[in-house]
Design a protein around this ligand. Structure first.
Ligand SMILES: NC(=O)c1ccc[n+]([C@@H]2O[C@H](COP(=O)([O-])OP(=O)(O)OC[C@H]3O[C@@H](n4cnc5c(N)ncnc54)[C@H](OP(=O)(O)O)[C@@H]3O)[C@@H](O)[C@H]2O)c1
Length: 273
């Protein structure tokens, strides 16, 4: 990533902040994008204090015009773009979805930031990426597989389809596109709003008995964005501590065998059942 230009949406908070820091540590020049200027200024300060060339763009990514302008400004300021990480996104609570919202309103609130945004940013960045044989990484969610998460899961499933479409579209230009699908990840914003909705966990949030970290997502994003993944395109890597492979009804049995998951103390070491 040395001297490459990475545009990271949602880089002013949570997982995106972790991705920005990791790319910066690898020598990239980093453009972070979000709406909240205070958080943007804070993360920009962290990056600059580490001696990184970085910039913050405040942008409403569900607007095509605003996204196009932001992409053009980033390319202009850094002289091009090598990597786009479409990380910005919101779940129902942060998107302000109300129980009595009509279906269309509920859908709009989730679709804009989660699906329109990566579509607009990737589309407008594609010509710049094509000049550098660059790559795109999109952040989806294991909510894609959990029907109870409603329109958020629908939008994120769209993101995984977008990954495959862009991989096909970008291939002839030498541009790869992949995805990372996180399970439950703890961020600095959990203090404001606990991820389980404040009611505590009914069962542990992964097979490893814990939540993941932004750094663990950033490691997967870095791999897919880098030349180490030069023959990988159109794929979405699930990074969830084994959440999706769990067979919850059988957990009592695993617990008996010593897996320790029900207490949230599982280490991930093999179970000698
Ligand atoms: N944390 C998890 O457990 C988890 C699990 C699976 C997937 N994910 C996904 O991972 C990504 C990051 O989540 P996170 O947990 O780090 O959440 P977060 O801390 O709330 O960060 C979300 C980021 O997206 C930006 N954003 C949201 N809507 C935007 C819009 N319309 N225009 C511009 N920027 C916008 C936010 O910027 P502003 O605040 O400045 O608007 C913020 O930087 C999201 O796509 C999320 O769906 C998270």
């Amino acid at each position: 990533m040395k001297d490459k230009v990475a545009l990271i949406t949602g880089g002013n908070s949570g997982i995106g902040r972790g991705i920005a820091k990791r790319f910066a540590a690898e020598g990239a020049r980093v453009a972070i994008v979000g709406r909240n200027r205070e958080r943007g200024k804070h993360v920009l300060g962290e990056l600059e204090a580490a001696g990184v060339e970085a910039g913050f763009w405040s942008c409403e990514l569900s607007s095509e015009d605003a996204s196009a302008t932001m992409v053009a400004e980033v390319a202009d300021r850094f002289g091009g773009i090598d990597v786009v990480v479409n990380n910005a996104g919101v779940g129902g609570r942060r998107a302000g979805v109300e129980d009595d919202d009509p279906p269309g309103v509920r859908w709009q609130k989730l679709r804009g930031p989660n699906l329109d945004a990566p579509w607009f940013v990737s589309s407008h960045a594609l010509p710049h990426l094509a000049r550098r044989r660059g790559s795109i990484v999109c952040i989806s969610s294991t909510a894609t597989w959990h029907g109870n998460w409603g329109t958020y899961g629908i939008a994120k499933a769209g993101v995984e389809a977008l990954v495959r479409s862009f991989a096909a579209e970008g291939a002839r230009l030498g541009v790869r596109c992949n995805g990372v699908s996180p399970g439950w990840i703890t961020t600095e914003r959990d203090a404001e709003e606990p991820p389980s909705g404040g009611s505590g966990w009914f069962l542990p949030p992964s097979a490893l008995g814990r939540m993941g970290t932004p750094a663990e997502i950033a490691a997967a994003v870095l791999f897919l964005a880098s030349d180490e993944a030069s023959f990988v395109t159109g794929q979405t890597l699930i990074v969830d501590g084994g959440l999706m492979i769990l067979d919850y009804p059988s957990m009592k049995m695993l617990e008996k065998a010593g897996a320790g998951m029900m207490s949230g103390s599982g280490t991930g070491e093999p179970v000698d059942a």
